[in-house]
Design a protein around this ligand. Structure first.
Ligand SMILES: Nc1ncnc2c1ncn2[C@@H]1O[C@H](COP(=O)(O)OP(=O)(O)OP(=O)(O)O)[C@@H](O)[C@H]1O
Length: 263
């Protein structure tokens, strides 16, 4: 079992934003966390990555490959991030500096762990660009973020997240800022990466139509609590909680606009 979260609670400034949630993600599984805005999805993701605001109080347990992450020192968490757990955010701009070439950014995590010559770094960047389906890898690694499209920036951010070969990728609304066609391509990429590399994926979204394209199992968060869990197919077929029903209705309402995303 790659990740086991038990009784995780997070409070910030005395407010409980994540309330006693538990879930587990076996090796290689694609797992969805869904909920309306403010339900605690991002706080859960940030807790897995040791990136919560300093004033956050965390209790419970996050076991990753049998190692307890709650209470880990910043320095140790930094080693886990990138190396064992990769992160992809909604806005590739958050992950990518506008001032550095894509190739250097894609290989940043690698260069923390290995001393690479210029030629080796270049080769690794081209290899990563190829793996994430960037066009003309040899030239795109020399481009700056503003010189490529939003979808290509997200591919580069994904390349940076997988560079050091993490066993788990956490993706927080990674397709929300993209148009529907590009969104579908990025979902394909996540699926391919997890199938080829056996990487587990935690995919966070408010959109059930997106989630059904990528995840096998899921939890639904509402007010910081898990209100429903199970396989994506069964939750879609038979939603129990009112907030899950609202998510299903929203997914149906947008489905006519995007036939490939029909729930
Ligand atoms: N830095 C912070 N300090 C205090 N409260 C915060 C902070 N960041 C988020 N919160 C609160 O924590 C709760 C959970 O927020 P979180 O960002 O996890 O929700 P979310 O489900 O990811 O929403 P969204 O889809 O809008 O990103 C919200 O009520 C939010 O207002």
């Amino acid at each position: 079992m790659s990740l086991v979260v038990s009784g995780l609670s997070i409070s910030i400034g005395g407010t409980l934003v994540v309330d006693d949630i538990s879930f587990s993600v076996p090796d290689g599984q694609r797992f969805g966390i869904i909920g309306e805005s403010g339900s605690g999805k991002s706080m859960t993701a940030l807790a897995l990555l040791g990136l919560l605001p300093e004033e956050a109080l965390v209790t419970g347990s996050i076991l990753y490959q049998d190692r307890e992450l709650v209470g880990l020192r910043d320095r140790d968490f930094a080693a886990v991030r990138g190396d064992q757990i990769g992160i992809v955010f909604q806005e590739p701009q958050t992950a990518l500096s506008p001032l550095r070439r894509l190739g250097a950014q894609m290989t940043a995590a690698l260069r923390i762990h290995y001393t690479l010559s210029r030629a080796q770094a270049q080769e690794a960047a081209i290899d990563l660009a190829t793996r994430v389906g960037l066009p003309n890898p040899e030239s795109i690694v020399r481009a700056y973020p503003h010189q490529v499209s939003g979808g290509q920036r997200q591919r580069a951010a994904i390349a940076a997240a997988i560079a050091a070969g993490p066993d788990l990728l956490v993706a927080d609304e990674p397709t929300t800022a993209l148009d529907v066609t590009v969104q579908a391509e990025i979902l394909d990429l996540f699926r391919r990466l997890s199938e080829e590399g056996g990487t587990s994926l935690i995919f966070i979204t408010h959109d059930l139509a997106v989630l059904r394209q990528i995840a096998d199992r899921m939890i639904v968060l509402d007010g910081g609590r898990v209100v429903e869990q199970g396989s994506v197919t069964s939750v879609l077929r038979n939603p129990q909680h009112p907030s899950t029903r609202a998510l299903v209705a929203a997914a149906h309402a947008t489905a006519w606009k995007r036939p490939e995303a029909r729930p």
